[in-house]
Design a protein around this ligand. Sequence first.
Ligand SMILES: *Cc1c(COP(=O)(O)O)cnc(C)c1O
Length: 363
Amino acid sequence: MSKLIYLDAPVLGELEKKYLCEAVDTGYVSSVGRFVEDFEKRFSDYLGVKKSVSVQSGTAAIHISLYELGIKEGDEVIVPALTFVATANPVVYLGAKPVFVDIDPDTWNIDVDRIEERITERTKAIIPVHLYGNPADMERINDIAKKYGLYVVEDATESLGAKYRGRYTGTIGELGCFSFNGNKLITTGGGGMVVGRSEDRLDHIKYLVNQARDNRPEYYHSEIGFNYRMTNIEAALGIAQMERIDNLLEKKKIFNQIYREELKGPVRFQKEYKNAESSWWLTAVYIDRDIDIPELQKELSKRGIQTRRIFTPLVEFPMYRESRDKYPVSYDIYSNGLCLPSSPLNSEDDIFYVTKTLKEILR
Ligand SMILES: *Cc1c(COP(=O)(O)O)cnc(C)c1O
């Protein structure tokens, strides 16, 4: 079996080449050129928002969002215990402290019932993550935020295209952050985007990520800025990818349906909240029996099937270390969960092959 069944590889082709060549041919490869603006416009149109600000990565998007909201030393920010480390690190960049909350066993997103017990007078924001594309319980999160006067910054880096009550994830909190890393739904090589409720805030973020350079003929800066701009080359890729987005989402959805139908019984899947529609960026399963996940991955890998472990709970790392006992659900999902091939490069037959193989191994 020499063929590979991909976990999360991107779809790239002639469209991407066309726009990339255009960027090179025009000489606009850096932060000037038409593609950055075009990409932001297309992204805004897709989400149904007025404005989007492109940045260098999803991590940069989260960092600049928290900075814009004034998160600083001594503040606390609520973060789910099970997520990619880049949800929490930007909190620390600002001298603030991530405060972890265990996840919900059904949706694998922040357990909303446990948020309030972690709120103190220092808490300033909540960062819900829509894990693997599955929307968090935004209505209740927004209610809690309102009650305590907190900001909500959505980590929508994994959930482009997912909806909650008919609205796209990322557009529901005060600010929303996206990533275009190579493994995300669409890619620009590396990049990110910020959207939000307030156009003034987004204008200010746009200014901050360009070194806070004032609109004056001489180089003049009235505050500390960042160099977080997306380049024209990256945006060229982004435009091509936006043309594919419906197709990419459709494939992810079909793959998820196949997994659910074929793997009934031996595994459990993430559940969606009422009125939530996951983008199924990655289909992940919880294997309901005594099995060693790394061993299972080895067996699948021998048969050409790429998989990935669930994120290690952040409280396992030296910089965020806490007792495991406080986060039983995160550790349970981490220990028994697995991400299955979800790349749109795969065919439906590939996914059937995965389910057949997985059932054979689990038998
Ligand atoms: C990918 C990801 C990020 C960071 O995005 P980058 O573009 O890689 O910086 C942040 N949070 C989560 C949950 C992610 O999956």
